[in-house]
Design a protein around this ligand. Structure first.
Ligand SMILES: Cc1cc2nc3c(=O)[nH]c(=O)nc-3n(C[C@H](O)[C@H](O)[C@H](O)COP(=O)(O)O)c2cc1C
Length: 202
């Protein structure tokens, strides 16, 4: 890894792997841009049993995000499965602990995008994407979507929206990511990284 490269944080929560697959595609798009590295990070699950604690390092997959990741990144892709049309509480819980970063403007002026996965086709992809944008605006991030110059926005019969990347995983979570969903996720990661490079040069 080149130390001079821009770091684009891909921060996601995924219980069953569908959102993680989108995160990996977004990372692929980010790393297609010269000078950009994707840093994949997740958040621990939360529990109503307040004594329950997660191990410091997850048993597998992406490491848990640290608050320093927010200061260190040059851009952010944020992903969560849809939970009742909204982001998962584990992700919301993480953002509720970022008052110091909000106060210092650690993320202000950096580009961002959002992505999600749903069990049903009309179960809240857009609402979840919009709900994830709200804390990002408060942090001063510059939120990007996808333009209709991406032809897959007109052809997709499942996920992929102008508000961000998405995937329809199906009732049992078994649906594969379609070619349109894949192309749009990669395009979003690429757009985010290209914007981070332009902002760094500005
Ligand atoms: C508590 C709960 C609420 C959910 N709410 C919705 C919903 O509102 N709309 C929907 O389409 N899917 C909903 N789902 C399904 C998940 O969004 C879907 O399975 C998603 O693809 C899981 O992503 P993951 O594999 O990254 O964990 C819900 C799942 C759970 C467990």
């Amino acid at each position: 890894m080149n130390q001079a490269n821009l770091i684009i944080l891909v921060l996601f929560y995924s219980r069953h792997g569908a959102t993680r697959k989108l995160a990996e595609l977004i990372a692929q798009g980010i790393e297609s841009v010269p000078g950009c590295d994707a840093r994949l990070r997740t958040v621990p699950a939360i529990s109503t049993v307040t004594e329950a604690t997660a191990p410091e390092v997850p048993a597998e997959g992406a490491p848990y995000v640290e608050l320093d990741d927010l200061a260190e990144c040059d851009g952010l892709a944020l992903g969560s499965p849809t939970r009742f049309g909204n982001m998962a509480s584990a992700m919301k819980y993480f953002w509720d602990g970022t008052a110091a970063q909000w106060l210092s403007g650690a993320l202000a002026g950096k580009p961002a995008c959002v992505f999600t996965s749903t069990g049903s086709l009309h179960g809240g992809q857009e609402t979840t994407l919009l709900s994830m944008m709200i804390p990002l605006f408060h942090h001063g991030l510059m939120v990007l979507g996808l333009p209709y110059t991406n032809p897959e926005l007109m052809t997709t019969a499942s996920g992929g929206t102008p508000y961000g990347a998405s995937h329809w995983s199906g009732l049992d979570g078994a649906k594969a990511i379609t070619e349109d969903e894949k192309r749009l996720a990669i395009a979003l990661g690429k757009r985010l990284a290209e914007t981070a490079v332009k902002l760094r040069g500005a």
